[in-house]
Ligand binder design. Structure first.
Ligand code: NDP
Ligand code: 8X3
Length: 252
């Protein structure tokens, strides 16, 4: 088998662009997401386009028992994961703390923090055994700054920032690389999901400016993955030219 990359949240946006980019570089893929129809189409398309092998895993990273089961029962040759892209994540709502929906908070914390941890525990144990591997955590500008009404989403991405640092320390003795890639505004399904299907409100987020595209982040993923063995990129912050901070943007 070729080198293997496992990508969570592969069916859309940044995860889908990473899947395409790593397949183009000859990686076999383990793709994890909830929407089975999209996983199936994606698998067919990437297999036809690049001739790589793909194991699709229809799973919710929040479901600890199931994610443990589906990963631990992979055939041994598929556990030889060289690159883990911890990408599955979402924002839900944009409300002040006193008006936030506690179900939204649970969804964000369970996906962005706990789901990332469940997957990382298992895949990093395989990497530790082989004394090699590279974990890429997709954080956010929201993990570096806090913006109005971003409260819980920002907290989850600050947690990802802390976990990225913690993983680097804990996995250092085993020669495992750990990288955070922290994007600013990327036009994906992110804002549609944040605003629960309100496409007009989602579109307004990017009105009058040129946001990043998912491929810009996939290019960064490939850059960090393709560095020589002695080089680890610890942390990247990638913004649209039109965005200076979490909230300061230039709109035409
Ligand atoms: P998208 O909504 O386009 O993609 C999110 C992906 O995550 C989908 O493939 C979705 O697939 C998957 N996903 C969501 N929840 C779960 C779950 N519980 N279990 C498994 N898979 C899940 O958004 P982006 O591509 O923009 O987001 C990817 C990452 O990038 C997220 O962590 C986000 O926080 C981060 N980010 C995004 C930015 C942006 O501006 N877009 C900026 C900074 C960071 P499915 O529904 O099939 O499960
Ligand atoms: C997503 C980017 O600025 O909406 O992480 O928080 S932002």
């Amino acid at each position: 088998m070729a080198k293997i990359a496992l990508i969570t949240g592969s069916t859309s946006g940044i995860g889908a662009a990473c899947a395409d980019t790593l397949a183009a570089q000859g990686y076999d893929l383990i793709l994890v997401a909830r929407r089975e129809n999209l996983l199936t189409t994606q698998t067919q398309e990437l297999t036809a386009k690049y001739g790589v092998q793909i194991k699709k895993i229809q799973a919710d990273v929040r479901d600890k028992e199931n994610i443990n089961y589906v990963l631990e029962t992979l055939p041994a040759e598929w556990k030889n994961v060289a690159v883990l892209v911890n990408n599955a994540g979402l924002s839900q709502g944009l409300d002040p703390i006193d008006k936030g929906d506690t179900d939204d908070w649970d969804r964000m914390i369970d996906t962005n923090v706990k789901g990332l941890l469940y997957v990382t525990k298992i895949v990093s144990s395989w990497m530790v055994e082989r004394k090699q591997g590279h974990i890429i955590n997709i954080g956010s500008i929201a993990g570096k700054e806090v913006y109005p009404n971003g409260n819980v989403y920002c907290a989850t991405k600050h947690a990802v920032d802390a976990l990225n640092k913690g993983m680097r320390i804990d996995l250092l003795p085993h020669g495992i690389k750990v990288t955070a890639i922290n994007p600013g505004m990327v036009e994906t399904e992110f804002s549609i999901v944040r605003f629960k299907g309100d496409e007009n409100r989602a579109k307004k987020v990017y009105d009058g400016l040129e946001p990043l595209m998912a491929q810009d982040i996939a290019d960064a993923v490939w850059y960090v993955v393709s560095r020589p063995a002695h080089v680890n990129i610890s942390d990247m912050l990638i913004m649209p030219t039109a965005q200076a901070t979490g909230t300061i943007v230039k709109r035409d």
